[in-house]
Write a protein that binds this ligand. Structure first.
Ligand code: AMP
Length: 149
């Protein structure tokens, strides 16, 4: 990436490219894993944000983590899906950003994560930044540079 491209990406605030909270599928800390797996299967997403009852961001839960929880020695113990809560299987050690961060910050955070959650100053969930949104913006930027020449 050229210095010019770095600069252009640094000029774009995440507020311009985020998927807002009201359009993001999520689950809550106290939900059973059965509910989380249903949300994931029906939405087709690999993982979704976990929020507390006040809509503050708490972590991320994905299909692999859920299936690992119920993986027995030779079979899946699916009955356990209703006994285990999301808070006991989610990943809470994940990066977050704010809508004031720029696309370059988003790009760095997205290297290891297909989506990154955005929070406000009080920790309330604000939306997500997806790799797809970053790639679309970078494609636009690259095309503009090619056709400018
Ligand atoms: P994408 O880059 O659009 O393929 O999205 C990557 C990942 O972000 C998906 O697999 C989901 O885990 C998450 N994601 C994208 N859009 C949403 C949404 N509206 N609600 C919840 N999770 C989402």
């Amino acid at each position: 990436m050229s210095a010019t491209q770095d600069k252009q990406l640094a000029d774009i605030k995440l507020s311009e490219v985020l998927i807002p909270a009201e359009k993001v599928a999520h689950v809550q800390l106290n939900n059973p894993l059965e509910h989380a797996l249903l949300v994931l299967m029906k939405s087709g997403y690999t993982a979704v944000p976990v929020l507390d009852s006040a809509y503050k961001f708490a972590g991320i839960i994905g299909k692999t983590a859920i299936l690992n929880e119920v993986l027995g020695i030779e079979s899946f113990e699916m009955d356990r899906l209703s006994e285990i809560r999301v808070m006991d299987a989610m990943a809470s050690d994940v990066p977050t950003l704010t809508r004031e961060n720029n696309l370059l910050d988003g790009l760095n955070a997205s290297i290891d994560h297909p989506f990154v959650c955005l929070v406000d100053a009080d920790g309330y969930f604000d939306g997500i930044l997806t790799r797809r949104a970053i790639l679309k913006q970078m494609k636009k930027d690259i095309y503009m540079n090619v056709y400018k020449k």
